[in-house]
Design a protein around this ligand. Structure first.
Ligand code: SAM
Length: 277
């Protein structure tokens, strides 16, 4: 059975798992709790499980959906419910900063993102959103629980790694609740979880050179078992690691987010003073 007007079967290659558990849908909408004047944008509305409850509550919503077969049924189902703007696009090609500039009516030029994300694209979507963090008030996303665990993990945890460090350097990451496979049709093979990401205000972001920070984190976790000295040998020497207050013998999984930021900032200053890039 599908929602009214939606006859297409779920497409696996688009990560389609449609939510049908009304209690979970209610919890997601409550977690978003849209307030008047806010510009809400949903990624991957699918058959509208979250879309229409949000639209009924808020009156206005922009959605980004890649599956052309869903566009006409979404348009038809929105009639008389509220103002639904549908962007038939790949979310990775959407410039959230430009979208926020066009939508936001509160003068803040920022959007709130919501989505039960296609799980095969969740990391690329998170990194894409990070590139536009200044245009985003917050994000309420459903993802694989295992990914949410990695996003929120701290040093010493087995699942602490590049994803968590990159996100936590720019956002507060708050896991909200777990959702079992039975809440979806078809059910995914894994548990899911809802997480809230709140980008830090620009004056609280300590990273000075994003590209250099991303490189340091990527290399440090490239081979988790290696010491920092070895993993980072292409980028810096042991003296720089020590100067940043870290042990060259430590492994990436022991280094807090601030440690990576401090090291990348130190390298950024060193490169600036020696003219290296
Ligand atoms: N929100 C619906 C729900 O909760 O039932 C559907 C969620 S389903 C897990 C993910 C949705 O993302 C699908 O509708 C899928 O077509 C859409 N999608 C997949 N890849 C996409 C992309 N690159 N850009 C935009 N939407 C995409």
């Amino acid at each position: 059975m599908t929602a009214a007007g939606f006859s297409e079967p779920a497409k696996k290659h688009l990560g389609q798992h449609f939510l049908h558990d009304q209690r979970m849908i209610g919890r997601i909408v409550d977690a978003v709790n849209p307030r008047p004047g806010e510009a809400l944008v949903e990624i991957g509305p699918g058959q509208g499980a979250i879309t229409f409850p949000l639209l009924r509550r808020h009156g206005e919503l922009t959605v980004i959906e890649f599956d052309r077969d869903l566009i006409a049924p979404l348009t038809a189902a929105a009639e008389g419910v509220g103002t639904l703007r549908i962007l038939h696009r790949d979310v990775l090609s959407v410039d959230f900063t430009a979208l926020a500039g066009g939508l936001a009516s509160d003068g803040g030029n920022r959007i709130r993102l919501v989505g039960n994300l296609p799980y095969n694209l969740s990391s690329p979507i998170l990194f894409h959103a990070l590139d536009h963090a200044a245009a985003i008030t917050d994000m309420t996303f459903m993802l694989q629980k295992e990914v949410v665990d990695r996003m929120a993990a701290g040093p010493g945890s087995k699942v602490y790694g590049r994803l968590g460090v990159m996100l936590q350097a720019f956002c507060n990451v708050v896991p909200l609740f777990t959702v079992p496979p039975g809440a979806f049709r078809p059910p995914p093979k894994v548990d899911s979880a809802v997480v809230r990401l709140v980008p830090l205000p620009p004056d609280r972001v300590r990273v000075e050179d994003r590209a250099l920070f991303a490189r340091v984190v990527r290399e440090a976790f490239g081979q988790r078992r290696k010491t920092l000295r070895n993993a980072l040998s292409a980028t810096c020497d042991a003296e720089a690691i020590e100067a940043a207050g870290l042990s060259p013998q430590a492994r990436a999984e022991q280094v807090p987010v601030d440690g990576f930021i401090g090291l990348a900032n130190l390298l950024a200053h060193r490169d600036a003073s020696t003219g290296r890039d």
